[in-house]
Design a binder for this molecule. Structure first.
Ligand code: ADP
Length: 263
C-alpha cells in the first residue's frame, strides 16, 4: 500500500527490509545451533572408540605382549574393531553430508525390486544366523516387481533396515520383508519381532545420532546415522518413510517407491 508521501514510502521500505533481515538472522542462528549440535555429536561419537583404542594400546605397551599373549591378541582384535567402527562412522558422515547438501544425484532407473530384496537378504543372512534370527522375504522370487529408483541407494536403505532388525532383534527372532502394490507405488515393509521402540521416542528415530538407549546401542556399534540416511535417500526420491512399533513386540519400518510404468 504505497502512498503519495515519499517519506512514508521510504519508511515502509526500510521496515520491510528490517523485517526480512531479522528473519534471515533467525534462520542463521538456527543453522548455527544445528551445526554446533552436529559437531558436538560427532566429537562425542569419535571419542568413545578412540579412547578404547588408546586403552588397549597402553596395555599392550605395558608388556602384555610378553606377559599374556592370549589377552594381547584379544586386545588387538578389540582395537581393530574400534578402528572399523571409526571407518563406518566416517563413511556414514560422508554420506549424510552429501545427502544433506544435495551433492548426490539420484540415478533413477528401472529395476526388479524382488531381485534386489532377495540379493540383499542373502548378503545379510550369515550375520542374521549368527544372532539366531531368520530373514524371510515374503514374496515370489519368480515374479519381478519393476520400480523406478536408484538401485544402489535403495539397497543401502534395505541393508540399513534389515541390519537394524538384526541388531535390535531377539535371539530366535524373525524379520519379514513384505511388498505391497499400491496404485502408483510399491510399499516395502521390514518387520521384526525384536525389542521394539518406546512410543514416546518413535518420532525421533530418524534424527541424526538419535538412539533409544545410548549404552546398549554403543555395544551393538552403530553410528546412529543409519535411519537418518534412509530418510534422506527416500525423500530424495520424493517418497515417504514410516515406522510403527510396540515395545517388547516388534517394529515395522516402511517406505514407498515409484512403480515403473512403460510409457
Ligand atoms: P544405529 O546406528 O544406532 O543403529 P539408526 O539410525 O540405524 O542408528 O537407528 C537409531 C536408533 O533407533 C537405534 O539406536 C535404535 O535405538 C532404534 N532402532 C532402529 N531400528 C530399530 C529396530 N528395528 N528395533 C528397535 N529399535 C530400533
Amino acid at each position: 500500500h504505497s502512498s503519495d508521501d515519499p517519506i512514508k514510502n521510504a519508511e515502509e521500505e526500510v521496515r520491510d527490509w528490517a523485517k526480512q533481515k531479522a528473519s534471515e538472522i533467525e534462520q542463521l542462528k538456527k543453522q548455527e545451533v544445528y551445526r554446533r549440535e552436529f559437531l558436538s555429536n560427532i566429537s562425542h561419537e569419535f571419542k568413545t572408540p578412540l579412547f578404547a583404542i588408546q586403552g588397549y594400546i597402553e596395555n599392550l605397551q605395558d608388556g602384555m605382549m610378553q606377559d599374556d599373549p592370549v589377552m594381547a591378541q584379544q586386545f588387538l582384535e578389540k582395537a581393530a574393531k574400534n578402528i572399523d567402527r571409526l571407518t563406518f562412522l566416517i563413511n556414514d558422515l560422508d554420506e549424510i553430508t552429501k545427502l544433506e547438501t544435495g551433492q548426490i544425484s539420484i540415478n533413477m532407473q528401472k529395476f526388479d525390486l524382488a531381485e534386489l530384496i532377495f540379493e540383499t537378504v542373502s548378503h545379510l543372512e550369515d550375520k542374521a544366523k549368527k544372532q539366531n534370527i531368520q530373514l524371510v522375504a515374503d514374496l515370489k522370487s519368480n515374479t519381478p516387481i519393476y520400480v523406478k529408483a536408484d538401485r544402489q541407494r535403495i539397497q543401502q536403505v534395505l541393508i540399513n533396515l534389515i541390519d537394524n532388525s538384526i541388531k535390535y532383534g531377539i535371539d530366535g527372532g524373525k524379520t519379514k520383508i513384505n511388498v505391497y502394490h499400491l496404485l502408483d507405488q510399491i510399499l516395502v515393509e521390514v518387520t521384526d519381532n525384536g525389542q521394539g521402540i518406546d512410543e514416546k521416542l518413535l518420532p525421533r528415530v530418524f534424527e541424526r545420532f538419535f538412539r533409544t538407549d545410548r549404552s546398549r546401542s554403543r555395544d551393538i556399534g552403530g553410528s546412529g546415522l543409519g535411519l537418518s540416511i534412509v530418510k534422506h535417500i527416500i525423500e530424495a526420491h520424493q517418497q515417504t518413510v514410516h515406522v510403527r512399533s510396540t515395545e517388547g513386540i516388534g517394529t515395522t519400518f516402511g517406505f514407498t517407491l515409484e512403480k515403473y510404468k512403460a510409457s
